[in-house]
Design a protein around this ligand. Structure first.
Ligand code: ADP
Length: 160
């Protein structure tokens, strides 16, 4: 069985992330999406449990997708879940350098390879950091995130 792990901060989970999960769910028998703490991204907007719930609600139409949330090394989680590959999304060349380095480090640590799924051009501008900024200043991000995430933003910041 081919099992994939898609780790990320998902703060918040957006349509670019969802597309990666949907495509990975076609490529692999099982996909585990892990909402993780990123030490380089201090003070998240949503805590881990909220992120896990929002990813779960946003992917409820996908039968072979399971969600976890953890504060651990990606490779430790990958090993304990016995996954075949780690999946990451690629938006642009700007993502490539850090993603390549991370993939090489993870392979060195665990022997597990990373598969990159290139985003569709319609989602390539989407980034969680930008969505947080736009929403905090009252911008309407509802077309860029799955329904459950849009609802959570409107609860926090009022109608968009
Ligand atoms: P991280 O903290 O791990 O970078 P993110 O939540 O920002 O977490 O991203 C998780 C994964 O989703 C990364 O592989 C990232 O490249 C990918 N990703 C982010 N935005 C997009 C997008 N618009 N399209 C496709 N993949 C994306």
């Amino acid at each position: 069985m081919k099992k994939a792990l898609f780790p990320g901060s998902f703060d918040p989970f957006h349509n670019g992330h969802l597309e990666v999960v949907e495509r990975a769910s076609q490529l692999f028998d099982q996909v585990v999406v892990a909402a993780m703490r990123n030490p380089q991204k201090a003070s998240p907007m949503f805590d881990l449990d909220e992120r896990k719930r929002l990813v779960k609600e946003s992917t409820s139409h996908l039968e072979n997708v399971e969600i976890v949330s953890l504060s651990t090394l990606v490779v430790d989680l990958a090993r304990s879940l016995e996954v075949t590959v780690i999946v990451r999304g690629l938006r642009a060349v700007s993502d490539f350098e850090s993603e390549l380095q991370m993939a090489q480090m993870n392979r060195q640590l665990s022997g597990i390879d990373t598969v990159f799924i290139p985003t569709s051009s319609e989602y390539s501008f989407l980034a969680s950091r930008l969505l947080r900024e736009v929403a905090q200043y009252g911008g309407d991000i509802s077309s860029m995130v799955p329904g459950p995430v849009a609802k959570e933003f409107s609860n926090r910041y009022g109608e968009m």
